[in-house]
Design a protein around this ligand. Sequence first.
Ligand SMILES: Nc1ncnc2c1ncn2[C@@H]1O[C@H](COP(=O)(O)OP(=O)(O)OP(=O)(O)O)[C@@H](O)[C@H]1O
Ligand SMILES: [Mg+2]
Length: 250
Amino acid sequence: MTTAPAIATPHGTIAIRSENLCRHYRMGDTLIRAVDGVSLHVGGGEFVALLGSSGSGKSSVLNLIAGLDRPTSGSVVVQDRDLAKLSREELAKYRLHVVGMVFQSFNLISSMTLAENVELPLLFAEVDRTQRQTMAREALDRVGLRARMNHRPSELSGGEQQRAALARALINRPKLLLADEPTGNLDSHTGTEIMNMVREFNRDLGMTVVMVTHERTLAERYAQRLIFLADGKVIDDRLNAAAGGQEDQP
Ligand SMILES: Nc1ncnc2c1ncn2[C@@H]1O[C@H](COP(=O)(O)OP(=O)(O)OP(=O)(O)O)[C@@H](O)[C@H]1O
Ligand SMILES: [Mg+2]
């Protein structure tokens, strides 16, 4: 078991604390240790990158933090909620109110307009229609897509779809933004644009960000801290003094 390093956090609070977190899969006779004893602390308002090669367990860790999956053993506590102890309903509420998630494949619903896609989390939260529309417009404004709100995802570029996915993740004003390879399908110009937005949310809204990526240069430019995974374990966890202070040019 590894112990998490003591870290100074901008807001003095711990947003995420995992202790010896494990997610093992049994496939016939073999046991796949996707996550194998991960202990880490992420401070409120931190911008952390989760790095590692393919299959190292990055998405598995993110899904556990998001409450989309449950640990085999160990614990993960987010904003003082021990996720393993939450009922299905409580977990659904947690996902709705605390977490914003961006997936590598945008996961937008093709039959719905951008505005409808972005409103979706609010629909589940039973927010009334007028308020949903106002908040969707605001969220789309933030990512520069208000003019496209009545378009369907197929009418947009990859970068625009990812911005819409970002708007959807933000609509509940989550405390925690979890992003799995948010720039994975994008060219470097568009990827930089997305990263500048994520950094703006981190700074201006005080949102804690955990971003999975295998692009080390991107992580070094944006994240305050770099956590490296290999074979389901944390192999390095260090502050990144090099994270840029200025707006990067796309
Ligand atoms: N549902 C599952 N059943 C069995 N094995 C799984 C399952 N999900 C993930 N794994 C295995 O767990 C390991 C970690 O997978 P994970 O998706 O977390 O990796 P990753 O670091 O996100 O990789 P990538 O960079 O390719 O997205 C891999 O060996 C994968 O095959
Ligand atoms: Mg992955």
